[in-house]
Design a protein around this ligand. Sequence first.
Ligand code: G6P
Length: 472
Amino acid sequence: MAKLIIVSNRLPVKLQENDGELSYKTSEGGLATGLGSIYKQGDNLWIGWPGLVVTNQEKQERIAEDIKAESMSPVFLTDTEIKEFYEGFSNETLWPTFHYFSQYAIYDQQLWETYVRVNQKYCDAVVAKAGPEDTIWVHDYQLLLLPSMLREKLPDATIGFFQHIPFPSYEVFRLLPWRKELLEGMLGSDLVGFHTYDDMRHFLSSVNRLVGYGSTHGWISTPNRSLLVDSFPMGIDYEKYAGTAALEEVKKRERLYRSNLNANKIILSIDRLDYSKGIAQRLKAFELFLERHPEFHEKVTLLMLVVPSRDAVEKYKELKEEVDELVGRINGKYSHISWNPIQYFYRSYPLETLSAFYRMADVALVTPMRDGMNLVCKEYVASKLDQKGVLILSEMAGASKELSDAILINPNDINQMVDALYQALVMPEEEQIQHMRNMQESLRRYNIHHWVSMFMDRLSYVKIKQLSLATT
Ligand code: G6P
């Protein structure tokens, strides 16, 4: 029987080791929950890195055995591969370039060579498990070369690729020394998916100008085969967030946190620590808001959660220092004995705590400089059971294309952010409810399950269409 193999840099669990004891922490990420019900069915499988460097062969075998029962298969990466493939080429070359931070990008031949080698390693791991009739779904920028590598070994396999981060305009993408190889890697797929129409358009334009293949309605014809490029905006597991927000335990937590915070209005900010998220710009906007609106002193608190991420990468270390400094400066300037304008937490939190934060937030301030989709804003909306609350959202997040009921801002426009904060804090309840209701209706419908089935259906359609194109 044909099976589905999902491949992503990380597995949906994170391996941890304490005093030689191995344990597995399940990921709460959008992709892991979305595909959770699928990869465990039948012979389906998820292939990826378990999140920890393990060099001992015996231990590797034990891990492979442990997770086999959960339909997962590990790819082990060495310390050098983590440095050069993950931190290096993926997160110091591709990530900044794709998020329009080219000035942060490093172009280094050795990092590139390791990227090629590690993509080959993932390819070998998939080929060891896949048959010619299987469907393989590859995820994200760490594995851009994998579709073509797989195509070479399994010419008839069904291969889908989805990119979770933006695809930049040709003018930015062309700066990469390995631009052509990267595109050719992706073109091994039958279906290439992006979150937005603009990402798709940028990709098609780069393919046209750098590889020379034109396209019609998203179909690219290469000399051997045709493939489709399309947009699939990713949703969330709506019922999971709405359901968690309805739990008694979560309501209790909300009451407790609220009574501990000495403010009647709460603005929430949650991100991984990343320069693409605009955390520093957001803090500066909040500082200017406090300066311009003294009437909100002691009345408003910015609850800022920053989740540690990629902390071995230089730019992330620098950002951590900048954020620490800004929070210190603003709190130092405005705090009172009984009020801190910013409550700042640098750690990750379990779903129930996040849910209580979403419930209690009067405003969610989601202002990335650039974001493929952004799921935090969707989780906030799904958690607002009483429909009271306002979302301020960056135009640069893929989600802004769907959530036109949010207050949309340009994160480079500090005055606009200050005005949006004021507007959000004084918005009449009926207006809040109206906007929230509209957003909830759409997110409930276009949820993660819808996203998975749209992609999978389109992938099967492409295979059928290719057959008919081959016979005409
Ligand atoms: C983004 C990327 C994912 C990545 C995640 C966490 O959402 O699109 O591919 O897994 O960030 O980053 P990390 O580097 O910890 O895997």
